[in-house]
Design a protein around this ligand. Structure first.
Ligand code: MLT
Length: 261
């Protein structure tokens, strides 16, 4: 693991491989471990930049954060490591919401997009209210509150028990301050539906067929909205496609990345 200070916050990251740069943005409340199966198969041809975003994994937390902060941290990280080429941005779920914000704020740095198990729409008022209530519970009861609430929703029916327990542990170990800040950022995030029509870079959309958090219908809506985008629906996967069906996820990524050359 490496780390650097970006916008006054310590950001932990991994850097692997050589070649065109690919920036990976995990979901909530997860960590860069989400991408572990991609390193072996992709590092021979690509530079893989895998941060924990602010408040998650080994990165430091701040009391408050917005989607703009997370997006600017990514741009700051690229600057800090001297990466000035355009990058392929891969975002899963909240990582996709951050990828949209990165596209709006730093679009000139985006070579292509991979939107995995995510959606363009903002929270409904009820969903946003629920997030803020959850944040209060996390302040009192720690991150286990979120781990228990989310674990049953993340995986396909056939998912391996050990895999589910691994991720329950990752979520429970996330800093409560980071979880609280992210819940508020999620609740107040902008709607990205209007951004879809502005995306003119190659885009791959991937979703697990059994994703109950950002279901295939949300991916189909993004596919309809993004000109020339490609949609891959992976069977036997829920919301955690890169760890539930790594081989299929890698194959979709590899053929997309290779097609960019
Ligand atoms: C995620 O996986 O990043 C979150 O579940 C996204 C969300 O709650 O909207």
């Amino acid at each position: 693991m490496r780390s650097t200070h970006v916008n006054g916050v310590k950001i932990a990251y991994e850097l692997h491989g050589k070649g065109e740069p690919v920036l990976f943005v995990h979901g909530f409340p997860l960590s860069r471990r989400l991408w572990k199966h991609l390193v072996g198969p992709l590092q021979d041809r690509y530079t893989l930049i895998m941060p924990d975003f602010r408040g998650m994994g080994d990165s430091d937390a701040t009391a408050a954060a917005t989607m703009a902060d997370y997006a600017d941290d990514l741009a700051g990280l690229l600057d800090a490591i001297g990466e000035n080429r355009r990058v392929v941005v891969v975002g899963l779920s909240m990582g996709g919401y951050i990828a949209f914000e990165f596209f709006r704020r730093h679009g000139e740095r985006v070579r292509a997009l991979v939107l995995a198990d995510t959606k363009a729409d903002a929270d409904t008022p009820e969903a946003a209210k629920g997030r803020l209530e959850t944040a209060e519970k996390v302040k009192a009861g720690g991150s286990a509150v979120v781990a228990e609430a989310m674990t049953p929703k993340l995986f396909a029916k056939s998912a391996d028990k050990a895999l589910i327990e691994e991720w329950r542990g990752v979520m429970a170990a996330t800093k409560p301050e980071g979880v609280v800040a992210a819940l508020s950022a999620l609740a107040s995030r902008p709607d990205s539906t209007g951004t879809l029509g502005q995306i003119r870079v190659p885009t791959l959309i991937v979703v697990g067929e059994e994703d109950g958090i950002t279901p295939p219908a949300s991916s189909k809506a993004m596919h309809d909205g993004i000109l020339g985008s490609k949609l891959e629906i992976i069977s036997g996967a829920g919301h955690m496609t890169p760890v539930e069906k790594p081989r299929e996820f890698v194959a979709a990524m590899r053929s997309f990345l290779d097609s960019l050359e």
